[in-house]
Design a protein around this ligand. Structure first.
Ligand code: EPU
Length: 415
């Protein structure tokens, strides 16, 4: 069994280059099959979620070439086959093949997706969207058969501004007859990145990035070249690392506007944050004050950085209140932080972090991707060595984590 071993208390310094966004790439890859030609996607992070999606593409008969971080996907000869549950449950984003295959063939047979167990994570809003476009859905246990004679544009109001549902409905609607309007759509940068990709292929999507997205159906989508945006959550994780134990750490290749919620919180804590056109330079400050965090949809504080920033709050003076409003089960990191010496009390959707506390290395488990990131951060400042188990969760989402942290001066290895 693989584990991460981290010796704490080594100052980070230097530059880390941020990779392409996982949550954008994992939607762009399935979206590519809507094209009737070859698409090239650059800046795709080399993570295991990419490999799982590549496995699905190849299973469907696509011809995929991966050259470093560029993926060339030719899906002109794919077949609309049922994707086996053993592959779809490897990751959450397999559900984007529902929208993409439905949009392309008007029929899809698929199983419930996998992904981090951070809450119930139903897909009712995705299905509601497909139904509004005219699809019939038959549920057999874990399996969904979604089919339509014709997909016809409609107005769809999302009860929750869901990232997954917004993207999946765009994928299903892009070749539908007429106009689809998604109201209360998610505004996350990843949604915008997917809309631009589809428009590059010839789609007509207007308003992505606002809460109302209009999709005017087209008959055909062409090939295109597209670049994945920088990963704001990976960037945020390194920004927090720098705030915890960094000296002039440059976090390069970012879109600073995507990280305003985090950079503002870091400044409120007392961290020194310099913001450039496409980079941050961050150093730990001696006087860090606790702050309150409330997760929210974009541009609010991202739920994906809630667990990572909790590691930093353990190092801040006073009581910090962390409120998780998106997922029901995103405090699984807390038991392990407490095992390392933190003083955090969870009560329902809230956690109170009492700081500062000295953290000590011990054996901990990454229960999910961002919980794992949080434990890596805690280990960087802990006394002694921390062993983190279940690292496959972390490797699903962070490209070259060990190399990137080692280059900054951390003592980290996979054993
Ligand atoms: N929800 C429903 N019904 C639905 C869809 C969502 O009730 O049909 C609820 C969810 O249970 C959750 C809330 O709506 O409580 C928001 O979920 P959303 O659909 O926005 O999340 P997601 O699409 O499942 C993506 C990212 C997550 C990220 C969230 C929020 C991917 C593959 N995953 O998930 O990323 O936390 O948006 O920004 O894009 C991660 O990277 O660690 C991660 C979990």
């Amino acid at each position: 069994m693989q584990k991460l071993e981290i010796e704490g208390n080594h100052i980070l310094n230097g530059t880390v280059k941020i990779s392409g966004a996982k949550n954008s790439a994992v939607a762009l890859i399935p979206a590519s099959i809507l094209s009737d030609d070859v698409v090239t996607i650059s800046n795709v992070p080399n993570i295991t979620d990419r490999d799982a999606l590549n496995e699905i593409l190849t299973y469907l008969g696509a011809n995929v070439k991966i050259d470093n971080e560029t993926m060339i996907i030719d899906s002109t000869n794919i077949e609309n086959k049922e994707i086996p549950e053993s592959i779809s449950k490897k990751l959450r984003a397999s559900y984007y093949f529902m929208g993409a295959l439905l949009g392309k063939y008007k029929k899809v047979k698929m199983y419930f997706p996998g992904g981090c167990k951070i809450g119930v994570r139903p897909i009712n809003l995705h299905l509601k969207g497909f139904e509004a476009l005219g699809a019939n859905i038959t549920e057999k246990g874990n399996q969904y058969i979604i089919e339509a004679d014709e997909l016809i544009g409609n107005n769809i109001y999302l009860d929750i501004a869901s990232v997954g549902a917004t993207i999946n409905i765009m994928l299903a609607a892009v070749k539908a007859k007429g106009t689809t309007i998604i109201e209360n759509a998610a505004k996350e940068p990843e949604v915008v990145n997917v809309a631009i990709f589809l428009n590059n292929m010839g789609a007509r999507i207007i308003g992505a990035g606002t809460s109302k997205i209009m999709i005017i159906g087209v008959d055909k989508l062409n090939g295109c070249y597209h670049e994945v945006i920088p990963d704001r959550i990976e960037a945020g994780t390194y920004m927090i690392a720098a705030a915890m134990i960094g000296k002039d750490v440059k976090i390069a290749n970012v879109i600073p506007e995507h990280l305003e919620a985090l950079s503002s919180k870091l400044k409120e804590i007392g961290t020194k944050v310099d913001i450039g056109d496409d980079y941050f330079v961050i150093s730990k400050s001696d006087n860090m004050q606790g702050v309150n965090i409330r997760t929210f949809t974009y541009p609010g504080f991202p739920t994906d950085l809630q667990q990572p920033i909790t590691a930093l709050l353990c190092q801040c003076e006073g009581v910090s209140l962390v409120e998780e409003t998106i997922f029901e089960n995103r405090f699984q990191n807390v038991d392990y932080l407490n095992k390392m010496g933190a003083n955090i009390k969870v009560n329902g959707k809230e956690a109170k972090v009492y700081g500062p506390t000295k953290l000590k290395g011990c054996e901990v488990v990454a229960t999910d991707l961002r919980a794992g990131a949080c434990l890596v951060l805690a280990a960087l400042v802990a006394e002694g060595t921390t062993s983190i188990y279940n690292i496959e969760h972390i490797l699903r989402g962070y490209e070259g984590l060990v190399d990137k942290l080692s280059n900054l001066g951390a003592k980290i290895k996979i054993v």
